[in-house]
Write a protein that binds this ligand. Structure first.
Ligand code: SAM
Length: 285
């Protein structure tokens, strides 16, 4: 890391309310040499409001790899650069992730300033459990990949957070209901704006509601994780008629080693690893 190299600053911007920007972020935007924006026209509205006038350049989904190289060259010349995406925290469901990795690979210093992020705002006001959660960003549009992700989420016990645009909402809700079964969901829209709304309901009711009402605004879906007790009894039911050897095979085939497989089998059956070990010894497996 060369002392004279510049630094990359990830600068979150408001997700709806122009006032949601910290003094530190404004100072940083005023002090850096270049601001790289996902959409310069969009960011200009914010910069004009706060009297920020800096050289701007575009850094978006379609130029992120080439542009990252160009920005790294400028950072190595000693320029400090801020990354600003359309809304919220750069790196969360936007191109920010690429430049961070490339900078760290090159030994360039990176810092991320705290600020607005739709997933955290949504989760904290969703009424769902916040202790353990998983962020799924946007579900992939491609059918096979989408089905795979939804299959993985079926037994997820943590609260799940998903981003969605209004024109895909109906289909996404239906797909989630079909894959996960009915459960609680909070739909959050227009966060930090005048018509901010949180709708706490069930997945089936949400599907029925949007069959008769057009979705409006950007959405964050916060979905209840699966109840651990239900998951355990479902697994016990599945494994009831299976021998320990067959049960072990399931995990070995997935690439787990013997020790890890024993641990997972023990967890599924609610018994100790030692019990699994001893039983397998007796059967000579
Ligand atoms: N980087 C952003 C962040 O930190 O949240 C997310 C960018 S992602 C391209 C845009 C998605 O974030 C939207 O489709 C929506 O799901 C969510 N989002 C952003 N602003 C929102 C708002 N004001 N209300 C509800 N959801 C919002």
């Amino acid at each position: 890391m060369a002392e004279e190299w510049g630094m990359l600053y990830l600068c979150p911007t408001p997700i709806g309310n122009l006032k949601d920007i910290s003094e530190r972020i404004l100072d940083t935007l005023r002090e850096v040499d270049i601001i790289a924006c996902e959409d310069t026209r969009n960011s200009l509205k914010l910069f004009n409001h706060y009297g920020i006038s800096k050289p701007l350049t575009s850094y978006h989904e379609h130029n992120k790899y080439d542009k990252a190289k160009e920005l790294i060259f400028k950072l190595k010349q000693g320029n400090d650069i801020a990354i600003v995406t359309d809304a919220g925290t750069p790196g969360i469901s936007d191109p920010g992730e690429v430049i961070v990795k490339e900078c760290l690979d090159e030994g360039i210093r990176v810092t991320s300033l705290p600020g607005p992020c739709a997933l955290i705002t949504a989760l904290t006001m969703s009424g769902q459990k916040t202790g353990r959660f998983v962020f799924e960003a946007f579900l992939p549009p491609e059918k096979k990949e989408r089905a795979e992700i939804l299959k993985e989420l079926k037994d997820e016990t943590r609260t799940m957070i998903i981003y969605e645009a209004p024109h895909h909402l109906k289909k996404t809700l239906k797909d989630i209901l079909e894959a996960l079964g009915d459960r609680q969901i909070s739909l959050l829209r227009e966060l930090t704006k005048k018509f901010e709304e949180v709708k706490r309901t069930s997945l089936s009711e949400a599907v029925a509601f949007y069959d008769n009402n057009e979705p409006r605004g950007e959405y964050v879906l916060v979905i209840e994780g699966k109840d651990r007790k239900i998951l355990r009894s479902e697994k016990e039911e599945i494994f009831k008629d299976m021998s320990l050897g067959e049960h072990m095979e399931i995990y070995l085939e997935q690439g787990y080693d013997k020790k890890e497989s024993m641990k997972l089998v023990a967890r599924d059956r609610g018994i100790s690893k030692r019990d699994v070990y001893n039983a397998l010894l007796q059967t000579g497996k």
